[in-house]
Ligand binder design. Structure first.
Ligand code: ISE
Length: 334
């Protein structure tokens, strides 16, 4: 295939970001169509990019004969039918997380792709493409840390939109640590416990912020996640692996160390996830486009999307009941 002609569905924060990335920084691919429920927003974003058409209905974009591949960045609740429509046309897809919002619908997507006999869908777990996460995984694989026993994670956002709920802290935020745990440890998460300490007085009423989430894995390892989404500080995502013969940590923003006039020395913390993971997003989209042109997927696939949704479903139940909740995962078929 010469050049991958891409439709971008949804041009909110992430979709608009991916659209510009495809237009300016992805080789072998270019955006040709955008669709968004807010037509004005779509026209405005597309207006910056010559040759990009706007359609109102995302299904028209999927059916468009000029489209070879699709990026889905619409709200999670729309993903199921959009991904299934792409599979019907056998189009490669990069779907922002979540793959779908419920475990059973994610499993249906896994099965629909399996029926086609080849992988077509990549799920937007961009942390796998972040050089620090990739190095941490290589370090684990080298055996130098010994067997990893524990993973400590901190996931702090300076702020979240007003509609953000405690459940979304799991389905929208902790979902990344679910994928990180599976990516680093190479096994499934089997149970989830959620603890809600005294809430920050700065958090909106009713938001269980901060929250501590504990994952158990199949072989008995533990991953703890401190989630704090209204810190008012900056974007801080840290991951520390504790092995039998050493520990390793990433996410310290160890960029330029600068002294300033007020007698302080330090680094700048990235303000948000788009800045912190900018390089990861670039690599993710480039690897997706390269693989799509080769007729394959080179990143987290539908099973990874399904497993993450299943763990989040258990997490939301654990939050609601206050009890340790087992993850119900269907058997993996070859
Ligand atoms: C957001 O949707 C993301 O995906 C970010 O990576 C995460 O840090 C944030 O908490 C989510 O709301």
């Amino acid at each position: 295939m010469q050049e991958l002609r891409v439709a971008v569905l949804g041009v909110g924060l992430m979709g608009a970001d991916h659209l510009r990335r495809l237009a300016a920084r992805t080789s072998g691919a270019r955006p040709v169509v955008v669709a968004d429920a807010f037509a004005d927003r779509a026209r405005e974003v597309a207006g910056e990019l010559p040759g990009v058409r706007v359609v109102e209905d995302p299904f028209d974009a999927i059916a468009d004969p000029e489209v070879d591949a699709v990026v889905i960045a619409t709200p999670g609740a729309t993903h199921e039918e959009l991904v299934l429509a792409c599979l019907e046309r056998e189009l490669p897809v990069l779907c922002e997380k979540p793959l779908t919002t419920e475990a059973d619908t994610s499993l249906a997507v896994v099965r629909a792709e399996q029926a086609l006999g080849r992988p077509l869908v990549q799920v937007g777990f961009m942390r796998r493409f972040d050089p620090e996460y990739a190095s941490l995984r290589e370090l684990i694989a080298s055996g130098d840390l010994g067997r990893p026993l524990l993973v400590h994670c901190a996931h702090r956002n300076p702020a979240v939109p007003a509609h953000f709920t405690s459940e979304m802290m799991i389905t929208d935020s902790v979902v990344h640590e679910v994928d990180v745990a599976r990516f680093l440890l190479g096994e499934e998460v089997t149970a989830v416990t959620v603890l809600t300490p005294a809430a920050s007085r700065d958090a909106p009423a009713g938001l269980a912020d901060p929250m501590v989430v504990l994952f158990e894995t199949g072989s008995g390892r533990l991953v703890d996640v401190e989630l704090f989404v209204t810190t008012g500080v900056a974007y801080e995502v840290r991951t520390e692996v504790v092995g039998e013969r050493g520990t390793a940590m990433i996410g310290l923003d160890t960029g330029v160390v600068r002294s300033s006039g007020d007698g302080r020395r330090g680094q700048v913390i990235t303000p948000g996830f788009r800045e912190r993971f900018a390089q990861a997003y670039d690599i993710e989209v480039q690897r997706w486009a390269d693989a799509a042109r080769r007729g394959t997927v080179d990143g987290p696939g539908t099973w990874d999307g399904y497993a993450a949704t299943a763990v989040c479903t258990a997490g939301v139940e654990a939050l609601r009941t206050g009890r340790r909740t087992e993850v119900r995962l269907a058997p993996r078929e070859a």
